[in-house]
Design a protein around this ligand. Sequence first.
Ligand code: C2O
Ligand code: CU
Ligand code: CU
Length: 483
Amino acid sequence: MQNRAIAYAACVCGLLLFLSPVIGAQQLITGAPLRIPPILEESSVAGSTTDTGNESAAENERVFDLTVNEGSREFVRGVQSPTLGYNGEYLGPTIRVRREDNVRLRVFNSLGEATTVHWHGAHLPAEADGGPHQRVPAGETWEARFRVEQEAATLWYHPHLKGTTAEQVYQGLAGMFIIDDEHSDSLALPHDYGTDDIPLILQERRFTRDGRIDYSPRMPDIMRGYFGNALLTNGAAEPNLEVSQELLRLRVLNGSNSSLLRLFVDNGMKMHQIATDGGLLSRPTEVEQVVLSPGERAEIVLDLRGLEGTHPRLMAESNGGNTYDALTLQVAQSLQQSEELSATLVSRKTPSDTNVVRTRDFVMSSMGPGGRLTINGRTMDMSRIDEQVKLGTTEVWRISSRGMMMAMPHNFHVHGLQFEILSINGDRPPVHLRGPKDTVLLYPGDTVEILLEFEDYTGVFMYHCHLLEHEDEGMMGQFEVLP
Ligand code: C2O
Ligand code: CU
Ligand code: CU
């Protein structure tokens, strides 16, 4: 699969020579210290329960406030590019909560247009999901309340309004959402946020010659991918990070609209992948590269022993053809000792399909009339429920990507739960894809089987291609979990 990623990039990049990594007369600002999104502080005026009685800590609600606002940022010297952000001008703070917390997320929309905020990867009630049904009109506030009922993971949040998701994300609306739990606290893993535990939001972006973020997709961009001429890492190009611990944990999100990113370190060093989208792998897995499609996450640990005083670079190759410096590490001359990485991270039952009540097929296609982007021949209709499943059951979903006439990758994201990949083209998934997933990549012609358990919540949830231009074109459907 990894070799196919490269082959795919090679055949597409010929079409994209008109995109040059040089932006114009002016240059992107590079080489600044990596921006670390601040951890969002709890709001002091909770409006939460004020009883002084016998409430347990678990009943207390943790209240967080996000404001969706317009702003601007200087990416190219002397040019303020208009942007969007949460509590700031571009991207948003990191929301960090613990398993079993009761959270209340208040979102105030100060934009001149509607938006939503979706908690990507979270297991929660449908009305808290922040999908296209939970519209937040301009000037209004929306609240999501739920109890965190899932294991430690690196999730994220972003807008999800039908038709404008791609543009709003592109202008800067995205943030990390980290869940901790007791088990992950007990492991020997780098834990010090901003020091040896680093969130990385990678976004391929296109800049105009005059240095502004340029979102103006034309038909080929929508179909093949809205590729760019720069890569932003936490909102800036080619940042640096000083490292003084032996082990460095990177929580990486591909926050691009439609670019696949292949990550590797320029000195050829191996990385240890420790987590997938929704939780830890059973054990650290050595990888030479990590391929992430839009919306996917991976946590990787780099062992910097022996690299004191060097400047290894994390590289990101986009399937649009460009390769970028995603992050340069300034490794200290002498490193503080880190605890040896836990050899076992989590024990999981091996996937059992014995309880499967049903197998469903999902065909992602770009073949329909006019090259429409469809799932099972249909585009998204908010008033149509495409699939109904029953609470408490387990199903296999078999997803395939067709439309070889216009070969393009897709991925498949499911709301409200984490699934398990059972097979990719009939084979067991590689070890680094055997953790909890909410988004899975499909190259042209692929068939992927996933196992889903519908637990805890009824209601209407989405599934869709997370290439945001495809999603906005309607490559999305709805499933309802019935009691
Ligand atoms: Cu990341 Cu339906 O979303
Ligand atoms: Cu989602
Ligand atoms: Cu797609």
